[in-house]
Design a protein around this ligand. Structure first.
Ligand SMILES: Nc1ncnc2c1ncn2[C@@H]1O[C@H](COP(=O)(O)OP(=O)(O)OP(=O)(O)O)[C@@H](O)[C@H]1O
Length: 289
């Protein structure tokens, strides 16, 4: 493993608004090792997507910067693939062609036509969508569209995969299935991932490290929690794990106690939940807003 594969170094950003300049982030500082799965969690509007957009090269930091694998990030590039909450598939292209589009963009000139076709199929197999290659986006479910979006990103072999609430719009069962698939694929490929989530259980289940952001304006990293749980992780087994529940409480405590959320009673109830109760709770239950 290479240390500090991705460095987010003292990043600040200001946005011009009709009421003057709004400082969204100030001195956001953390790093990610190669192959690490890192979640960013924080209250709505704290600046999670802004951090992701800066790493993606879509926003320019006002101060500080981002270095990926030794190279400064200044613009979007195929080494950073983004998976959004709403599947960004081309509606006029089949499942296969949606993935092929990304593959051609990255590998044209390096792979033969046959190699590219095999690569598209391989990535659709990874996300278990090889049975529906000729379907159009409107013929498949939301979860399936997310799978195709993930296949398209994986097929581009990015250095880092940026996921902005990719499971947010899915029902609890589909969400759990897709979380499991992403964990399997990430383990197999050793993909470096940044995941933005509002879901505490999802963050603990999936991450090696959780970056907890303080509220804005001038949001920054409040705490970083290392999640030392063996992989593969199995949600039902974790239900009985005190360690899992300990991490979960750490995140809840950061979000609701240290950051002074108004509804203290509700937060307290959540923190006092027992390990068994917490495991039974659907991963949809602990969403921060
Ligand atoms: N282009 C922009 N212009 C002006 N303000 C912006 C812009 N992008 C983001 N902001 C502001 O920066 C802050 C952080 O926004 P951001 O979308 O990153 O938060 P978030 O944590 O991802 O929120 P959510 O969890 O609700 O998606 C917000 O106050 C938002 O209004």
């Amino acid at each position: 493993m290479m240390n500090k594969f991705l460095e987010i170094s003292r990043v600040g950003i200001e946005f011009p608004t009709s009421n003057g300049t709004y400082c969204a982030l100030s001195d956001v500082d953390f790093h990610i090792n190669e192959g690490e799965f890192v979640s960013i969690i924080g209250h709505s509007g704290c600046g999670k997507s802004t951090v992701l957009n800066i790493v993606a090269g879509l926003y320019q930091a006002t101060s500080g910067g981002v270095i990926l694998d030794g190279k400064e990030v200044n613009e979007p590039g195929p080494d950073r693939a983004v998976v959004f909450q709403s599947h960004a598939l081309m509606p006029w292209l089949s499942v296969y062609d949606n993935v092929a589009l990304g593959v051609e963009q990255v590998f044209k000139g390096n792979k033969t036509r046959a190699e590219m076709m095999e690569w598209v199929e391989h990535n659709l197999r990874l996300v278990k969508m090889d049975h529906a290659t000729q379907k159009m986006p409107h013929e498949i479910s939301g979860g399936m569209k997310q799978r195709v979006g993930i296949a398209r990103c994986l097929a581009m072999q990015p250095k880092v995969m940026l996921m902005d609430e990719p499971f947010g719009a899915l029902d609890a069962l589909t969400r759990a299935n897709l979380q499991d698939s992403v964990m399997e694929i990430q383990k197999e490929l050793n993909t470096t991932v940044i995941l933005i989530t509002h879901d505490v259980d999802e963050a603990v289940l999936m991450s090696d490290k959780i970056v907890m952001m303080s509220n804005g304006p001038a949001a920054r990293v409040g705490e970083i929690l290392e999640i030392d749980l063996a992989r593969p992780r199995e949600r039902l087994a974790l239900a009985k794990s005190d360690k899992f529940n300990y991490y979960r409480q750490q995140v809840l405590s950061f979000l609701y106690e240290k950051k002074g959320v108004v509804d203290f009673d509700a937060a307290k109830k959540k923190i006092e939940t027992t390990p068994a109760e917490s495991a039974q709770a659907s991963s949809n239950d602990e969403k921060v807003s």
